[in-house]
Design a protein around this ligand. Sequence first.
Ligand code: KG4
Ligand code: ZN
Length: 341
Amino acid sequence: MSESIIIAFESSCDETSVSVVKNGNEILSNVVASQVESHARFGGVVPEVASRHHVDNMLYVIDEAIQQANIAIEDIDAVAVTKGPGLIGALLIGIQAAKSFAFVHNIPLIGVHHIAGHIHSVQFDYKVDYPAIALVISGGHTELVRMARQDHYEVIGDTQDDAIGEAFDKVARVLKLPYPGGPHMDRLAKEGRHRYDLPRPLMNDGTLNFSFSGLKSAVINLVHNCEQRGDKVIVSDLAYDYHQAVIDILQKKINLAMEHYPETKSLIVAGGVAQNSHIRQALMESSERYDLNILFSRPSLCGDNAAMIGAAAHIKLINNQFESLSLNGQSQLNIEEETAE
Ligand code: KG4
Ligand code: ZN
């Protein structure tokens, strides 16, 4: 099937989102109800609060997505939903809503891996040439995924500790910036220059794995030491040097991945942190030395949203990969299991 209309649900973390996607590459609607303000006062996502907001928002978001798309229920070929990984209580609300929708209207159900969604979000702007490598950088993930085809996933690198966005947010918190801190660090680094020497953990270990906990701790120690000495931390300079460390690590790992897999035709960069202006620019420049296309997720589709779930679901629709109505949420879920036979 190439012509398709999919209604997609995403509720794995703190965004309640429903989208209507045509043919896996056209957004008819993409409604995202963000809870960020509710979580900001806690400095992070509170799972119980997230679940309650999903319940409150879900029906309104479904109605809005269908209205904006201007479609009839009969037009819908499949219902897609994020099945994991994510916060289990949050996931289950999207899954229950999607299953009910599928059951009531007798429409097939498709379960989508959240990371596959982030990766396939680039379909709205590009036709991807495979083999590809995807760098997924978000609040919960830092992964390099090799894809021989659009439905083949091999994790070739992963974080050993904190995710990149989590480290951004924790560093920002020590610098007394609002949650989520990533965008504030991005903005401040534009005014900064080199002042602080920061480590680049695992950068030269010869693997494709990442570690951000040591870098985060180095910043926290630096800030505490400054405070104890009564010195002022120059926040913009620290944000600048933090970015330099992160960018050096990402570039090094991408270079290594390209050495290992020279046949790669596309480098996909997706996930919330892929909105970062410094990372986008640096990766764009460094990719010029390789014969490949670098495909960034559109900034408005980097964060969690249901359109990306609809894009990934289109591939499963073509492959006839459906779920029964007993689909359950999985807080941990390996993307390699999503590889089609
Ligand atoms: O993909 P996402 O919305 O949720 C997860 O699936 O994790 O990513 C959220 C993360 C947060 O850590 C946030 O600080 C980070 O993306 N982020 C950024 C920027 N915009 C969002 N990090 C760095 N620079 C940005 N401009
Ligand atoms: Zn995400």
